[in-house]
Structure formats: C-alpha cells, structure tokens
Design a protein around this ligand. Structure first.
Ligand SMILES: [Ca+2]
Ligand SMILES: [Ca+2]
Length: 331
C-alpha cells in the first residue's frame, strides 16, 4: 500500500495525509533454470509458477514457487543437475523400472523418461508393477507436447495404472520421491502402436471408434483410450456397437486408475441406451481387446460413439443417473 494508513477529518474539512492506493504486488519473472523450463506467466501476489527440468536433469530445489505479499517468491530458484536416472528412449519397445527395482527406490528422486516413436505411431505404456508412497511419491505421465503439466498422476500401493496410449508420438514419464519413506516402485513396458489404436482425448468433444470402423477390426488388438477433462466429467455413448460375442470385448472404467468399473468387457451387437460416466471423475478409460479369430463367421463393424462433457440431463429432459452397471441399460 502507498499513502496514509490513517486519515483524520480536520476542522478545515480536509483529510490529513494522502489517499492510499494499493498497486498489486509483483515478484517479477524469476526465469527458467538452465536445462529446465518455467511454467506460469503471471508473477503477481499469490501466483504460483512451476519449475521443471528436461530429461536427464534432476530438479534440486523448489518445484513450485508462490509470489508472497512482500514481493518475494517462496523458496529459492531450483537448479537442474545432470542425473543418470531417466533418459531418452526410442521405439519400437522396451522396459523401464524405477531405481533399484525390485528393491525400493531412493529418497529425493527426480527421474524423467522421454519415449519417442515414429511420427505415424503412438506410445503405449503397460504397467506390470506399481507401488509408491501414497500422497508423497508420484509418477506423472505427460502426453505428447503437453509437458507443462501431467495428464495423469499416479501414487499409492492399491492399484496399478491402466494401459496408457499417448495422443501423438512422444510421452514423458516422471517419477518424484520425497525425502523419506520408499516403496518397491514400478515397472512398465513401452511400445509403438498404430494411431487408431487408443489415445488421449482431453476436453472438447469428438468421436472415438474401434480401429477400422465401420469396415471391421483386426484380430489380437489391445487398444486403450483415455478420456480426460481438466475440470469436469467425461461422458461417452455408443451409437454403434457390433463385436464378436464373448471374444472381442470393450471394457469401460473411470477414475485415475480405472478403479470404478462400468463394464469389465462388453460384446455382441446390442447398443447401449444410455451414456457412460461416473459423476466427479475426470478420467474415463475404454479398452478394446480382440481374440485371434472370428468364430461366428459374421462380419463385425466394431463400435463408435461421441465423447463430450458430462451434462446431467438426457435427451428426454430427465436427469441422468450415474451408471456403474452395464446390464440394466442395454437394449
Ligand atoms: Ca517417500
Ligand atoms: Ca474376434
């Protein structure tokens, strides 16, 4: 504040002092660490910036800094130190494990793996093990060209992340542990997959279809789609559905780990009446697996449908229910 904190009305009808003004406090741009990047473009009071390091560098210092009322950033500017934990990887496939795996990882880790495949492919991650200290040690997955914030963050010892497929040909995985208590860590494989076999669909709306739809899908598929909305709930509805009964399965779940199961695997040629969503969840997973043949000899076009933002009212104007069981709402 500039000006007088206390002003008194004088006998001459004029206030003492000067009228105060309250210019917003700015902490200024602290810049990016060398071999790192700064996310956040506002530097005024209560703004928070995120500081990160490129792959093969470890962040030492504060990951986030917040502008305080006195015009100073919290903490100190971090540095990016060269590290052997994390690296650049290329397709077609490989395996990544946390440090010391299957023994426990170390404290204060900051490891970044960047996985790149040819431009006409996507990156698929399959976790085989996952145990980190809940709420303290985090594995972050960053989608293609979206390195300012993770698409999804995993921690804990209860669940394993579902298969993840990037939206483009690069994905980053970062693991950060705090200064105390460790777990076994994680192991995942990566491989390149065709662009129509899964992906990340963030915000907006559009259509997702099985590979090759409507001209039929291949045998031995395993494709994983992630629908993600930053501030609300994704909603998906099948408008066409025809797969080999009992063998070519569509599983739908919600939650970070897909722990809210809507269906474990749905098949046949019945189209659902209602849409799929779980109120409050930002994440929805759709996984399509097909077997090695087509035993019934019929042609199956596959499935297709639009995704959008969850809206609580159906086309009939009635409020929709949160649906978790497939059986009750199939034609
Ligand atoms: Ca820890
Ligand atoms: Ca089949």
């Amino acid at each position: 504040m500039h000006g007088s904190e206390v002003r008194t009305c004088q006998t001459n009808g004029i206030w003492t002092g000067t009228q105060p003004s309250c210019p917003i406090v700015s902490c200024g741009d602290p810049g990016a660490p060398i071999n790192g990047i700064r996310y956040g473009k506002t530097f005024t009071y209560q703004s928070t910036i995120i500081l990160e390091c490129d792959p093969q560098y470890k962040l030492v210092g504060d990951l986030t800094r917040t502008c305080q009322a006195d015009g100073q950033w919290t903490g100190t500017q971090p540095a990016c130190q060269s590290t052997s934990c994390g690296t650049f990887l290329n397709g077609p496939s490989g395996t990544v494990t946390s440090k010391n795996f299957p023994a426990n990882y170390d404290d204060n880790e900051y490891c970044t793996w960047q996985i790149q495949v040819p431009v006409d492919k996507k990156v698929r991650l399959d976790f085989t093990e996952f145990r980190t200290e809940t709420g303290k040690d985090f594995l972050m997955v960053y989608d293609t060209s979206r390195y300012d914030r993770p698409t999804i963050v995993f921690d804990g010892t209860t669940y394993k992340p579902p298969p993840f497929t990037s939206s483009g040909n690069v994905a980053r995985v970062r693991f950060i542990s705090d200064g105390a208590s460790t777990e076994k860590g994680f192991s995942f494989s990566y491989k390149q997959v065709d662009t129509d076999c899964g992906g990340v669909y963030e915000d907006g709306s559009g259509t997702i279809s099985s590979p090759g739809y409507p001209n039929g899908y291949a045998n031995n598929l395993d494709c994983s789609w992630l629908l993600y909305r930053t501030v609300d709930t994704p909603d998906f509805i099948f408008t066409d559905f025809d797969t080999e009964e009992n063998y070519d399965l569509v599983a739908v779940s919600t939650g970070r780990f897909g722990e809210e199961i809507i269906t474990n695997g749905w098949s046949g040629n019945r189209v659902p009446v209602d849409s799929y969503f779980t109120v409050g969840s930002s994440y929805m997973w759709i996984r399509f697996t097909t077997n090695g043949g087509n035993g019934d000899g019929r042609f199956h076009p596959g499935w297709s449908g639009p995704y959008k933002k969850y809206w609580p009212y159906g086309a009939n104007g009635k409020k929709k229910r949160s649906l978790r069981k497939a059986s009750a709402w199939m034609k």
